[in-house]
Design a protein around this ligand. Sequence first.
Ligand code: ADP
Ligand code: ADP
Length: 226
Amino acid sequence: PATLQFNQVSYQYGSDTLAVDDINLLIKPGNLVVLVGPSGCGKSTLLKLVAGLIQPTWGTLLLDGTDVASLPPQQRQVGWVPQSYALFDHLSVADNIAFGLRMQGVSRKKRRQRTENLLELCHIQALAKRAVNELSGGQRQRVAIARALAVQPRVLLLDEPLAALDPQLRSSLRSNLVALLRETGVTTLFVTHDQAEALAIADKIAVLQDGRVAQYGNPETLWNQP
Ligand code: ADP
Ligand code: ADP
């Protein structure tokens, strides 16, 4: 896992929408940092910056001390799980997981091995051959995470990964998800607008407000002051 550093990072859409405003954060390897805040506060823009879909208008973003501006997106090794999961519905679970490895030209033998490890890690071995469009929401979520982890990302980005799920399933799947992230030890940015969710899972919470980090700290200290 990598250290991720935001150094006075700002991003402006067009000429007047400052979506991310002078962010300074140092995220330690393996930490699970939750970005929380209302709609429009800049959470998605921050993820897009890390994924390399957009470049900072000002400031620098460093992965293990290297300015990511010098790395093309494929070389950043950033895993992204979008809200919709964006799986390939007509492919099997195993082929979804192996997709990125195939794009990287990883050998068939290694792809199979890595896919098997991930099926096991995510507790979806029994689903390997099933088509993704036959799965439940919780199962799809695991496939999406396994797929993102397949390419051994240095940073994992999760955009409201529980939002698409039945509320009754959310809390049990949440603990499964967090256990899985702990096991992989990957540096993770996790977006939610749910304060209780943030408190339950985070190593650190960054509260965003109008593109700025309004508060940053441990869940135990952040919202417990009188
Ligand atoms: P969040 O993910 O927290 O809801 P966003 O990062 O999507 O917030 O948005 C931050 C701000 O940037 C908002 O004011 C939003 O309207 C604006 N914004 C987001 N995407 C675009 C875009 N493609 N063009 C112009 N403004 C945008
Ligand atoms: P090819 O891609 O040449 O058709 P395979 O049919 O062996 O090769 O598998 C396709 C991809 O899906 C491979 O990358 C392999 O790693 C993975 N895969 C397929 N089925 C399984 C399975 N049951 N368990 C683990 N991995 C699998």
